[in-house]
Design a protein around this ligand. Structure first.
Ligand code: 6CM
Length: 258
C-alpha cells in the first residue's frame, strides 16, 4: 500500500472550490502531494547528516550545490506538547500571525487571497551581511489529509502548509534591489493523543504534535557557501523554537483544542 497512496486525490478532496478553480491548482496539487510524500519518508538511506540536535528537535541536511550556490535540503523533526497539528499549520499559514514569529522578515504582502486555503505572498527578508537582500514570491496552501499509510494512529489526520515559489508578473525577479530566492517548504503536523486520555475528555496535556519541516531554498544569486550554511545553522533552529514557543503561548490561553 505504501507507494500507492494517491495524495493528490486526498488533497483535492480537502481543497476549497475557489482553490480548485484557480489556474495554479494543478501545480499546487502536484507540489503538495510530492512534499507530503517526502516529508513522511524517513531519513532512509539518503545522505542526511544531523547538524542540530536540541531536545526533541533534530535537524538534518544534505549538502547540495547548484551552479556554485548552496541549496542544501533541510529536514527537521520535532515534538511539542499541548498543541495540535491543525494549530501548527493554522498559525504558519495565516498572514495575520506572521510578524509574531517570523524573525527573518522585513515585509510581508498578501498579493492575492485566492481562497481560504490558498494565498499568494511577496516577502522581503532581512538583509544578511555581506550578501544582498532577498525577496520571494510564493503561493501557500493549507491542507489536511487522512494518513492513509498509518491508520493505526489515534488521530490520523496530517495537517500541512506548503509554500512554493511562483513567478508573478506584478513582481518580476531582481527588479528592485533584492535578489529573488526560490523556496519549497512544507510544515507538517500530526496530533498524537496519549492513550491515558481514552474514554475521557481530552486536555491539552494529553496531546503531542509531531512536526516535520522540510525546506529547499535556492539563494538565487551570490552568497558565500560557508556564510550561508552558518546562517541556516543559526536560523532554522531559531525559527522552529520561536514558532513552537509562540504556538504554545497562544494556544495555552485557548481552553479547547480546535
Ligand atoms: O518557512 C519559514 N517561513 C515561511 C514564512 O515566512 C516561508 C519563508 C521562507 C524564506 C526562507 C529564507 C529566509 C532566509 C533568507 C536568507 C537568504 C540568504 C542570504 C545570504 C546570506 C549570506 O516559507 C521559516 C524560515 C526559516 C528561515 C531560516
Amino acid at each position: 500500500q505504501t507507494a500507492q497512496t494517491n495524495w493528490g486525490e486526498l488533497i483535492r478532496a480537502a481543497a476549497t472550490n475557489a482553490s480548485l478553480k484557480h489556474a495554479y491548482w494543478p501545480e499546487i496539487e502536484r507540489v503538495v502531494a510530492e512534499q507530503i510524500r517526502s516529508a513522511r519518508m524517513g531519513l532512509g538511506k539518503g545522505a542526511w547528516q544531523l547538524f542540530v540536535e536540541d531536545g526533541e528537535m533534530k535537524m538534518y541536511r544534505r549538502e547540495v550545490e547548484e551552479d556554485g550556490l548552496v541549496v542544501d535540503p533541510l529536514k527537521a523533526t520535532h515534538q511539542v506538547k499541548g498543541i495540535t497539528g491543525r494549530e501548527l499549520c493554522h498559525y504558519f499559514f495565516y498572514p495575520e500571525y506572521r510578524y509574531d514569529w517570523e524573525g527573518t522578515l522585513e515585509t510581508m504582502n498578501v498579493i492575492d487571497k485566492i481562497a481560504e486555503d490558498t494565498i499568494l505572498f511577496h516577502q522581503i527578508h532581512k538583509r544578511i551581511w555581506p550578501a544582498a537582500q532577498r525577496d520571494a514570491t510564493f503561493w501557500s496552501h493549507l491542507t489536511h489529509v487522512p494518513d492513509e499509510e498509518n491508520k493505526s494512529e489515534d488521530s490520523p489526520h496530517l495537517w500541512a502548509t506548503v509554500n512554493s515559489s511562483v513567478e508573478l508578473p506584478s513582481h518580476p525577479p531582481n527588479g528592485g534591489k533584492q535578489v529573488r530566492i526560490y523556496l519549497t517548504i512544507i510544515l507538517m503536523g500530526q496530533t498524537i493523543i496519549s492513550p491515558a486520555a481514552k474514554g475521557r475528555e481530552i486536555k491539552r496535556d494529553d496531546i503531542t504534535c509531531k512536526i516535520t519541516y522540510c525546506a529547499v531554498v535556492n539563494p538565487g544569486g551570490w552568497a558565500p557557501s560557508s556564510v550561508l550554511r552558518a546562517v541556516y545553522k543559526r536560523e532554522y533552529p531559531k525559527f522552529l523554537k520561536r514558532f513552537t514557543a509562540y504556538l504554545f503561548a497562544v494556544s495555552a490561553a485557548r481552553p479547547r483544542v480546535f
